[in-house]
Design a protein around this ligand. Structure first.
Ligand SMILES: O=C(O)CCC(=O)C(=O)O
Ligand SMILES: [Fe+2]
Length: 259
């Protein structure tokens, strides 16, 4: 079977409809689905080796951006949440450097895995990115590197923890935080968050854990890595429409190249 030796199918029977529905219900209820020990232990070792080997080719960059990832709006005050900035600093290895026979690619390409993802997120079909860089990414966060608070552009995200730092590097989130009950953007809530007035939820993610997350409406961040062990995480990105490429400006910013 295409996923045997990759996914622990006994604990996570991804092609079983009942299991799929259960995962879908969890995602809908919690905004996040976390499947611990999703990847088989031996496959995990393999994935860690590949990601450590690839680290020297990672593109490291540091950006400031708003929580909404918008361009600054100069008609609004500097302290408006559309203009306030947070920092993101990390390294990224792009799809074209990840081997065709790697565990990550076999998982990403698997019809069985895609079938599972489709049911859980409720999309009729899912497609890889049309550009050669964006479908599978490996993120590296060294000491003090972090992902600032943000809402994702895509409706769902899939991550796979490969190596956990010894301290910090925590995934924190507040679900359904983008809009207030009147349907307007929750600017006051985001201001409170940036002012440190709220305690977000934290997700403990061990290596081998698959996380499926609705990041468009749930604000989230990864706190600074407070250790010398690199946080290494794979992002598996799909689109609900075919032929979609990541924008050139985003590729230039996050990958340092277009192709
Ligand atoms: O690193 C993580 O756990 C989350 C990644 C993330 O939020 C993103 O890539 O947009
Ligand atoms: Fe995100």
């Amino acid at each position: 079977m295409e996923l045997s030796g990759i996914v622990d199918l006994e604990s996570h029977p991804v092609s079983d409809l009942d299991f799929q529905r259960q995962c879908q219900a969890t995602l809908d209820r919690q905004g996040v689905l976390s499947l611990a020990q999703f990847i088989d232990a031996e496959a995990m070792g393999n994935m860690l080796d590949e990601s450590l080997r690839l680290r020297e080719q990672a593109y490291f960059c540091r950006q400031t951006h708003s929580v909404f990832l918008n361009a600054p709006d100069h008609s609004l005050p500097a302290n408006h949440p559309l203009n306030r900035t947070v920092t993101t600093s990390k390294g990224c290895v792009c799809d074209d450097l990840i081997a065709p026979d790697s565990i990550l690619r076999r998982l990403y390409d698997s019809i069985m895995f895609r079938g599972f993802v489709k049911t859980v997120v409720g999309h009729a079909e899912i497609y890889p990115y049309a550009d050669s860089l964006s479908s599978i990414n490996i993120h590296y966060a060294e000491r003090n590197q972090e992902l600032g608070w943000h809402f994702d552009n895509s409706s769902f995200a899939i991550t796979l923890m490969i190596q956990k730092p010894d301290a910090g590097g925590r995934f924190e989130f507040i679900r359904d935080y983008r809009f207030s009950s009147d349907g307007k953007e929750n600017y006051s809530g985001v201001t409170d968050l940036l002012d440190g007035k709220l305690q977000p939820e934290r997700l403990e993610i061990e290596p081998g854990t698959l996380v499926l997350f609705r990041g468009k409406n749930s604000v989230h961040r990864v706190s600074p890595n407070e250790s010398d062990r690199t946080r290494i995480l794979a992002v598996l990105a799909y689109n609900s429409l075919p032929g979609v490429a990541l924008s050139e400006s985003a590729r230039r910013t996050f990958y340092g190249r277009l192709t």
